[in-house]
Structure formats: C-alpha cells, structure tokens
Design a protein around this ligand. Structure first.
Ligand SMILES: Cc1cc2nc3c(=O)[nH]c(=O)nc-3n(C[C@H](O)[C@H](O)[C@H](O)COP(=O)(O)OP(=O)(O)OC[C@H]3O[C@@H](n4cnc5c(N)ncnc54)[C@H](O)[C@@H]3O)c2cc1C
Length: 377
C-alpha cells in the first residue's frame, strides 16, 4: 500500500508576489499552508520593479519593513516618444523601487517564519480536483489540499494542462510580447521613472535597491524576428532610434552578462477560476506594464482571497462566486482601460502624436496616470 500524500488546508502554486503574500496572510490566520515554487530564492525576474504606493501599507502588514530599507521614492514620470520628444509629470503619490531579487526573498523568508511549508525548486506538474479536494503532483511528490490557488504568473505549464481558453488560440503578432531586463548603473535622477517609447514597444528605467537601476522593456516577438532574432541588433536598430535610449545604452554600466528575457507574454482576458482552482496575480489576468501596476494587482488579489476564504470547503461554491465578483469589481475596469491605453502606444507615428498632444494639453495626462494606479488596499 502506498503512503498517503500529506494533506494541507491550502496549497498555493507559484511563489511570486501573489503567492507569497497570500501564504503569509493565510498563515497569520492560523491555516496550514503549502507553497510550491519552481525556482529558489533569491533570483532575478523580468519586471520593471516600480511598485505603486498603493501597496506600501499592505507589504508592511505582511511584515516587510519597507521604511527601514531606504528605498528610492519615485515621484516624477518622464514619457518620451520614439522621436525623442518628451514630457514630465508629477506622480502623486507615485511609487518606490525595489528589486524582485530582494522583495521576493524577503517575503519568502517571512512566509517560512510564519510556518508556511515553502518548497523551492519544486515545479507543480498537475493539479486535479477529485472527491471534493485537490491532488497536486510536484517535483517533491504528491500533496492534497482543501483549497488550491494558482499564483503561477503569466505563463505556466499548468495553463496548458488546464487547457485554458487563451492557450487554445494562436498567438498573433500584436498579442505575443517579449520582456527584456537589465540592472545597470548610470547617472539618472533617483526620483524619476522614465518610459521611453520605440517602434512596437517601450522601455522603463527607474532606481531600485542595491544601488542600481532597473532597465526593462516590452516589445512584440515580431519586432525581434524582424531583427534577425537578435536582442542586440534590435536594440541598436530600433530602441536606439529614441535618443534617450541611445544615451542610456551608451552611458550605462550593464551589470548582467546577458539580459534576462521572457517570451510568449499574452494580454488577452483570462478566467479567475479553472476547475475550482482559484487564480490570482498574472494567472488571473495580465495588465500591460505601461498601463498599470501588475505587482500591486497581484498583491491586492491575494488580499481579496484571504478576506473571503471560508473555514470549510463546503462553502467552496459561495467563495468562488464572491471572489470572481470582487476580482471583476476591483480590476475589471482597470484592465479594460489598460487595453485601450495600450493601443495609443506602439506605432511610432501614433506615439509621437499622442505625446505631442499630451505635451500641449497637460491636463489630459492626469486621468491617464490615475487609471494606471489604484487605491490603497
Ligand atoms: C516587462 C515587464 C515589466 C513589468 N514591470 C512592472 C512594474 O514596473 N511594476 C509592476 O507593478 N508590475 C510590472 N510588471 C508586472 C509584474 O511583473 C507582474 O504583474 C507580477 O510579477 C505578477 O505577480 P505574480 O505573483 O502573479 O506572478 P510572478 O511574480 O510571475 O510569480 C509567479 C511564480 O510562479 C512560479 N511558477 C510558475 N509555474 C509554476 C509551477 N508549475 N510550479 C511551481 N511554481 C511555478 C514562477 O517561478 C514564479 O515565481 C511587469 C511585467 C513585465 C512583463
């Protein structure tokens, strides 16, 4: 007879911001939680690493002592078009910079301290709902749980296993993005986040901890393909058309040997529940980085889950309904607005015109910026 798998009240797949903050909150409620993460902390991640102030209090409530970390406070936005024309605008309340290397590690350390069973290097291959509870198959063996959460980010093997609708449609040019990130050292204002547009993409730069800047861009896979599938050729031919980016590449000290990259990023709508697995963070729906703060949304979704999770699995149906409703109420408009906003950027011609117009009528910029930042939670 085989050994029975260990049973947990809650199993969370994916230890990024959504999974880690959820695990901490649920452990605080006294629940028995397992969190399975395929990587090992600390590690670098493709992300712009600018966090909107709306998350500050929430992260502190997860026992992350942000105010002692001397983090850069970012209060000014610079937006440039591919032709180099730019505008600046005050961000109120703005955000702060912290690398994912540091933040995810701090959260993982806290989760373990709170009693979460956090397994690293532990990829989950299958999550099945059977006989009223979940069966998880992972690199570390099998587990069962009353509730299972998918916090596994923008793209995971599990989406294919679950045959999620968005994976069944073909990826097309404008819906197939890549992300590229560097950490650099450069002379650049500490309180400034700059978003520099180029043909078919945009690149952000802002300060993080570790005395460095995060330089991160998003572009279409088609752009890379059109440039011999070479990141450096694409950067020289396309990104450097924007004089601000050309200067950054010329002056910066690049701290990684190779850029960090991710591919197959898709922004189509997604469902928040699949076969009773409750999804949060990017797994539940992605917002383009230009239009919103995915990290804050991931943590905010964790808070929604923690507040709604019932004590007993018999209340599963009600929980699923309430969560979906809360998710749509909190993020639905923001994500839809983000898609519209995104369409204003991309082609050089349109972006040059949009930025020239915003420069002439600065009051137009304020509502656009407020769409990308949410309220404290
Ligand atoms: C180019 C780019 C720039 C961005 N810049 C910003 C920014 O400046 N500010 C901002 O707020 N947001 C930004 N975002 C968005 C932000 O990065 C995400 O919204 C946020 O990381 C989502 O958190 P998450 O917890 O859902 O997913 P993630 O942080 O991606 O975590 C998911 C975790 O799941 C793990 N995982 C996946 N599959 C499995 C499996 N099968 N088993 C076990 N573990 C698994 C992964 O290893 C990962 O650690 C950016 C995104 C991109 C692409």
């Amino acid at each position: 007879m085989g050994v029975e798998p260990t049973h947990f009240e809650v199993a969370i797949v994916g230890g990024g911001l959504a999974g880690l903050t959820l695990s901490i909150q649920l452990a605080k409620q006294g629940r028995k939680v397992i969190l399975l993460e395929k990587e090992a902390y600390p590690y670098h991640k493709v992300c712009g690493e600018y966090i909107a102030m709306e998350s500050w209090g929430y992260l502190e409530s997860c026992n992350i002592p942000l105010s002692t970390l001397n983090l850069p406070q970012i209060r000014t936005l610079q937006l440039s078009s591919p032709n180099g024309n730019y505008l600046t605008h005050t961000l109120n309340p703005g955000g702060f910079g912290i690398s994912r290397f540091t933040l995810d590690y701090l959260l993982a350390t806290e989760a373990k301290k709170m009693g979460v069973v956090l397994l690293e290097h532990c990829k989950v291959d299958e999550v099945l709902f059977k006989d009223g509870h979940f069966w998880l198959e992972s690199k570390a063996g099998k587990f069962t749980a009353d509730f299972a959460f998918g916090a596994y980010g923008k793209r995971s093997n599990l989406d294919l296993k679950l045959k999620r609708k968005y994976t069944l449609t073909k990826q097309r040019g404008a819906n197939n993005y890549i992300g590229v990130k560097y950490h650099i050292q450069i002379k650049h204002a500490e309180d400034l986040i700059a978003l520099h547009n180029f043909e078919d993409g945009y690149c952000g730069i802002s300060k993080v901890d570790l005395d460095r800047y995060c330089l991160c861009y998003l572009t279409t896979a088609a752009n890379l393909k059109a440039n011999e599938n070479s990141i450096s050729i694409m950067e020289q031919r396309v990104l450097h058309q924007n004089p601000h980016l050309k200067r950054i590449w010329h002056e910066a000290n690049f701290l990684y040997k190779e850029p960090l990259t991710i591919s197959q990023i898709r922004f189509e709508p997604r469902t928040q529940i699949e076969n009773h697995i409750v999804l949060l963070g990017d797994a539940a729906g992605l917002i383009t980085p230009l239009c919103g703060n995915g990290m804050s949304m991931a943590m905010h979704a964790a808070k929604l889950v923690a507040e709604l999770l019932p004590d007993h699995p018999k209340d599963r149906a009600m929980f699923e309904k309430e969560y979906q409703k809360a998710w749509q109420q909190t993020f639905g408009i923001r994500i839809k607005a983000g898609r519209t906003f995104q369409s204003l950027f991309g082609s050089s011609r349109v972006t040059n015109t949009v930025i020239a117009t915003l420069k002439t009528f600065p009051p137009l910029l304020k509502p656009l910026i407020s769409l990308t930042h949410g309220n404290k939670f």
